[in-house]
Structure formats: C-alpha cells, structure tokens
Design a protein around this ligand. Structure first.
Ligand SMILES: Cc1cc2nc3c(=O)[nH]c(=O)nc-3n(C[C@H](O)[C@H](O)[C@H](O)COP(=O)(O)OP(=O)(O)OC[C@H]3O[C@@H](n4cnc5c(N)ncnc54)[C@H](O)[C@@H]3O)c2cc1C
Length: 167
C-alpha cells in the first residue's frame, strides 16, 4: 500500500510511504522494520500513550531469533533485562521446574516490558520509520487510485493499494 501523510500545518511536508501499520507494539514494530528491510517504507500509527504500570514479562530464549532478524539482539542483551536459568510455574499443583539446560533456545529472560517497547520504538525510529500518535481512525474513503485515511483533526493519510517498486 502506498501512502502519503500530511499534517494540516502547511509547513509540514507531505511524505510518501508504502505501508501504514496501526499499533506500535512489538508486532507492529517488527512488521514495519521487516518491511523497511525489504525496501518498503512504513509508518507506525499509535494511540497516544496511556501510561500504566506493567509488571514485567518473561520471554523464553526463543525471543533471540526474531530480535536477531530485526538487528535488535545486541541492544536487548545490553538493556538490563534479567537472564535466568531456571523457572518454576504452579497452576494449582506442585511447581513445575524447568531448567534452561534442557532448552535448545537458551535461558529465559525476565523483561522490563516498558523498556523493551521503548527500545523497539527507538530501533524503528533509527531506521527512519516514523511513529505518528493518533487517537484513532475516523474514516477511510476511496479517491480515484488512492485511499484517504482520516486519523484525527491534525493528520490525514493518502494511500494507494499498489506498492511502489522496491528500492
Ligand atoms: C497481563 C499480561 C501478561 C503477559 N505476560 C507475558 C509474558 O510473561 N510473556 C510473554 O511472552 N507475553 C506475555 N503477555 C503477552 C504479550 O504482552 C503480548 O503477546 C504482546 O504484547 C503482543 O504484542 P502486540 O504487538 O501484538 O500487541 P500489543 O503489545 O498489545 O501492542 C498493540 C499496540 O497497538 C496499539 N493499538 C491498538 N489499536 C490501535 C489503533 N486502532 N490505532 C492505533 N494503535 C492501536 C495499542 O495501543 C498497542 O500499543 C502478557 C500479556 C498480558 C496482558
């Protein structure tokens, strides 16, 4: 999908993108970064941040493969997340103990999820993927060979369903 976005501010230039990605969580950011790696430009559209306490998450060692594919693994290792070699879980029974020695994909990570998201957003911005804060999609209309996305009062997007040629 080709798109261009323009702010109502006439001093803000119109920029063309191939793909609009709604949601700048890990999935959206990964999609935008993979598209960028394939030579397609993407823009990330995210709701205004609602800060809420996030207790952290645990990732299996399988997180390494997708982060390596995105070129974010070294940043993840340096981010201060805790690497652990045994985990226990209990679901109304005796704790189930699992050692990373028996896992092909390596140790578990206790992750500061806010820091993880922040680092992914930084990595996307470093690859020239813009992140636009918008409250929501107000409407989509077809205009000859393009789509017009009304996001909120300041921002609109112009999108064409045919991707331009890869660089
Ligand atoms: C309480 C809890 C604990 C969890 N613990 C773990 C764990 O320990 N380990 C683990 O691996 N996983 C865990 N998960 C799951 C993990 O958080 C999700 O799998 C992961 O966040 C999914 O990433 P995502 O990018 O698909 O979605 P999200 O992280 O939810 O990101 C989606 C983004 O899209 C934005 N968005 C949505 N709609 C729109 C819209 N219309 N316009 C613009 N932006 C929009 C949202 O604001 C959000 O930022 C947990 C989830 C919860 C709720």
């Amino acid at each position: 999908m080709y798109s261009s976005h323009s702010h109502r501010n006439p001093l803000c230039p119109t920029i063309a993108y191939d793909v609009c990605v709604f949601g700048a969580g890990p999935a959206g950011i990964a999609a935008a970064m993979r598209l960028a790696a394939k030579g397609l430009s993407a823009v990330l559209l995210e709701r205004p941040m609602q800060r809420k306490p996030w207790g952290g998450e645990s990732f299996t060692g399988a997180i390494r493969t997708p982060l390596q594919a995105l070129g974010c693994w070294e940043q993840f290792e340096r981010a201060g997340h805790r690497c652990v070699y045994e985990r226990q879980s209990a679901w109304g029974s005796e704790p189930h103990v699992e050692s990373s020695i028996f896992r092909m994909d390596g140790p578990t990570w206790h992750v500061d999820r806010e820091k993880f998201d922040e680092d992914l957003r930084s990595a996307a911005l470093a690859r020239d993927i813009p992140l636009i804060s918008c409250r929501g999609l107000n409407g989509i209309t077809r205009e000859s060979d393009s789509w017009h996305l009304a996001l909120d009062e300041e921002i609109s997007l112009q999108c064409r369903p045919t991707p331009r040629k890869r660089r």
